[in-house]
Design a protein. Structure first.
Length: 256
């Protein structure tokens, strides 16, 4: 049985990590119950595009409930206020404080939006979740930075304060930081917020953090995001189907 600290390796040809996720299903209607899917990754990896495509695919399920598409930070009043603050370069916030703020905003999202949607039988797709907090606010801090969380403490915080409902699927879109950084800077208004303005070295550190999160969390999986939009969308659908059919979702939508 795979432990929470077993390392995952890339499986050639399928665009996902070597976690044993079984064979992909052809259509989302082959599964029962609502899904809570996270799409994560560094800036410029294509999260918003792929989240929209995944929502469209999930609409083909037979239960008829409209999927709920969310983003972090955002989606709630608290989340949107936090997002505005984060996009203001003049507001300086330490990594430890940011982790606490994200955990609080995420708990509000789970209680206010995710839990009610799942109880109504609606699928939920959210852009960013624990992997982003782990990668951006975790990892080895600079020597002069106080208050940053070590890896185990950060995971404990996220699971303790924002652990339920838990995602049925956590998908990290994996792309070369050089390519994603170029995409992020090319976006309208790109490069202005506190994350993107830190440059390529920061993106590289975040990418390592994302992969480290997948190493530590059994239900998280990398999907190769280096191909074209259609190829990446297929990889995301396959990852969702594999995780669902092998039972990684069991109890996840309503428990820790």
């Amino acid at each position: 049985m795979r432990g929470p600290y077993d390392r995952c390796t890339m499986t050639p040809g399928d665009g996902t990590t070597g976690k044993d996720l079984g064979a992909p299903l052809g259509a989302p209607s082959d599964r029962q119950g609502p899904m809570f899917v996270v799409l994560d990754g560094i800036d410029g990896c294509g999260k918003t595009t792929q989240a929209g495509r995944l929502v469209d695919w999930l609409k083909t399920r037979d239960h008829g409930a409209e999927p709920l598409h969310l983003r972090e930070p955002g989606s709630t009043v608290l989340g949107e206020r936090l997002r505005e603050m984060l996009l203001e370069p003049s507001v300086q916030i330490g990594r430890g404080t940011l982790a606490l703020l994200f955990a609080a905003a995420r708990r509000q999202t789970l209680e206010e939006l995710v839990a009610p949607a799942l109880s109504e039988g609606r699928d939920v797709v959210i852009e960013r979740f624990h992997a982003s907090t782990f990668a951006y606010q975790g990892g080895p801090p600079p020597l002069d930075e106080v208050g940053a969380f070590a890896e185990p403490k950060l995971l404990e915080l996220l699971r303790g304060w924002a652990g339920a409902p838990a995602p049925t699927h956590e998908i990290v879109l994996d792309i070369d930081p050089e390519d994603s950084f170029a995409r992020a800077l090319a976006r309208e208004g790109g490069g202005a917020d506190r994350f993107e303005s830190r440059g390529l070295e920061f993106q590289q550190r975040v990418a390592r953090g994302m992969r480290r999160y997948v190493d530590l969390v059994p239900t998280a999986v990398l999907v190769n995001a280096r191909g074209d939009e259609d190829e990446v969308a297929q990889g995301v659908r396959d990852a969702v189907s594999r995780a669902w059919v092998t039972g990684l979702h069991a109890g996840g939508a309503h428990g820790h």
